[in-house]
Design a protein around this ligand. Structure first.
Ligand code: DAH
Length: 340
């Protein structure tokens, strides 16, 4: 190959180069240590002196030109590259953004906190019990001895027993005696939390649900206090006047015991499908703390009296938001949850 052919080829190739990768390839091919130009030098060294001089100079000049041309192109390409990048990364602040979805608290958590706030305003302290409970606190301490029918969690066979004899608490009432022992009267606590019962699930039953236990122990406590506290609570919670009635009932840990009904908020007592045509909706269980329970709490039942109540969180939430299936709470169904 003669030198002018090499020059021609190199110049043609250089014209066609469009990016820095090609430029690097070109530079290696012609100007590299094993490149075409070096190869030519080795050929030149065998020529006659005069020829060597002329051609050598020509090659040197060409190599220099090529080198500076490559360097210049390199610079240009770098500038173009960063311009490109800036162009691509430009932020158009007028474009509408991507919406970041934020979650929110579960409706039942919202309601639980609402309930806690109302009771706190009435001087109650929020405390926690424990979901894994021993049988004594869940039953015996609450005046439910072994063999008592209520031992099955107030109806047949509904207690989850754990290996080793503990149970998943069937009621937040199990915290009553724990706190009586821990605190000095006057005691005013609520215990929100999850309880477990072995149920066949349907629209109104789940194997776990939430309760709020209330306990007040002091020297001079009456049913009138109980009624006033509950009425005030329900009024604040439903944000309207409510009428309640106490119906005689039975719980081993209270005497007397009541079922507390609320005048149906759907029909105002006229009778509708929500209240099974009775005009009243059962809302919680309550009563005056049984002397045996006060005693189990380490207090003197002659001196101290108390009232207690147990309220589910699920049910009032369903009433407040007209939710017709308790299973929705644990479904993880966003269509349901997004409404709150
Ligand atoms: N523990 C009862 C239940 O789970 C509810 C209850 C009733 C709690 C009366 C009380 C009470 O504190 O006095 O059904």
């Amino acid at each position: 190959m003669d030198f002018s052919e090499l020059k021609n080829n190199a110049e043609k190739e250089l014209e066609k180069i469009i990016d820095s990768k090609e430029l690097k390839g070109f530079s290696d091919k012609y100007l590299g240590k094993k490149g075409e130009i070096r190869k030519f030098f080795s050929f030149v060294k065998d020529l006659a002196l005069e020829e060597k001089k002329v051609l050598g100079q020509e090659i040197n000049e060409f190599a220099e030109r090529l080198e500076s041309k490559v360097a210049e192109m390199e610079r240009e390409m770098k500038v173009a590259d960063t311009k490109d990048k800036e162009e691509n990364e430009k932020i158009d602040v007028t474009l509408s953004g991507e919406k970041i979805e934020t979650g929110h608290l579960h409706p039942m958590t919202q309601v639980r906190r609402e309930m806690e706030n109302i009771f706190q305003l009435m001087g109650f302290t929020v405390v926690e019990g424990q979901e894994i409970e021993d049988e004594w606190h869940n039953f015996d301490a609450l005046n439910i001895p072994e063999g008592h029918p209520a031992r099955d969690a107030l109806s047949l066979g509904k207690t989850f027993y754990l290996k080793g004899g503990n149970v998943l608490r069937t009621q937040t009432s199990s915290a009553q005696v724990r706190y009586m022992k821990k605190m000095k009267p006057p005691i005013r606590i609520i215990v929100p939390g999850r309880v477990y019962r072995y149920e066949t699930t349907d629209a109104s039953h789940e194997i776990n649900f939430y309760q709020i236990e209330g306990l007040l122990v002091d020297e001079d406590v009456s049913v009138a206090n109980l009624k006033a506290v509950l009425q005030r609570f329900l009024q604040e919670f439903f944000q309207r006047e409510v009428e309640i009635r106490l119906r005689p009932s039975y719980f081993p840990f209270t005497e007397p015991s009541f079922e507390v009904d609320m005048l149906c908020t759907v029909c105002n007592g006229k009778g509708c499908s929500a209240c099974k045509r009775t005009g009243w909706v059962e809302i919680l269980g309550a009563g005056m703390v049984h002397p045996n329970v006060i005693k189990n709490g380490g207090l003197d039942p002659k001196r101290y009296k108390g009232f207690a109540f147990g309220l589910s969180i699920d049910r009032p939430t369903m009433m407040k938001y007209r939710i017709n299936d308790v299973r929705l709470f644990h479904s993880g169904n966003l269509k349901f949850l997004k409404q709150f």
